[in-house]
Design a protein around this ligand. Sequence first.
Ligand code: UDP
Ligand code: MG
Length: 329
Amino acid sequence: MTRPELSLIIPIFNEEAVIPELRRRLQEVMAGLERTVRSWEVVFVDDGSKDKSLAMLKEMSASESRFKVLAFSRNFGHQLAITAGLDRAEGDAVVIIDADLQDPPEVIEEMIAKWREGFDVVYGVRRSRAGETIFKKLTAAAFYRILRIMLGGMAIPVDAGDFRLVGRSVVLTMRSLKEKHRFVRGMVTWVGFKQHALRYDREARFAGETKYPFTKMLRFAMDAITSFSIVPLRFATWLGVFAGVVAGVAALWVTYAKLFRNDTVQGWTTIMIAVALGSSAQLIMIGVLGEYIGRIYEEIKRRPLYVTAEQINFEKDQDSERRGLAPDR
Ligand code: UDP
Ligand code: MG
């Protein structure tokens, strides 16, 4: 079978409230796209849903062979669901989109137009965010800005989510990035190629609750920072250097106080110097250790990233080699 021109990747985690509407909107949008797009597929990645999502997806895929379903054996998280989708999507252009219709599927058409102009990545930038709590907006704004500071050189676009189109060359490169803690939008930026920012209005979630509670958001932020930056590790080194300078000044002062002011207690001077210098030396060494542990950590990412339990409507021959369990992953 020839490869489709367009693939959609849709991660699904407990989205039973959204799926009927998602299906309706997809059918509408895909029908519209068929004017310009030769062929398409939709890869649903069920991230270990505990509700009726998987059953609903199975039912959808029974009547439409271009709806493909990859079901994880448990919840591996949004970023790995996207990764699995990227591993299996066959299209020349691949669009990653949330299930909850916050990213309007209608924008896909604009993305494709830009892709046809020659861009390899067209990423959505949120002009506005409807229906999200002040807390979510504030933490998101802070996150993107802290990340920007942490990353220094590499500028990950602010306020861009995972809603984006990536061309096949980027998809193939993404497949070769095997780290375990994945921050997909950062990795897409890292890959490079010609990228274009497309501004759109993010809508409110169609139905159901956010699947990103605070704990998941925090883990997501930690993964984003630690997988692209060793600034936090270096921080110990700088703190140590700073403590060393302070200790030096303190040593001069207490020596001066001892010799010329005669107002110190016996033994105070030496204890002060020892404590100040000792602790700064320790911090510096922890920082150095951190640097090395950081490097070991960067080398050691070697486990299968996710485990698939079921796959529907995929071609058979890819199954064994491209499962998450393949030996080279
Ligand atoms: N999602 C997932 N696994 C998870 C959490 C979320 O696959 O562990 C999916 C979810 O079904 C949705 C997308 O990721 O399609 C974004 O999640 P959500 O809309 O809840 O996040 P928010 O928009 O609130 O940041
Ligand atoms: Mg959402």
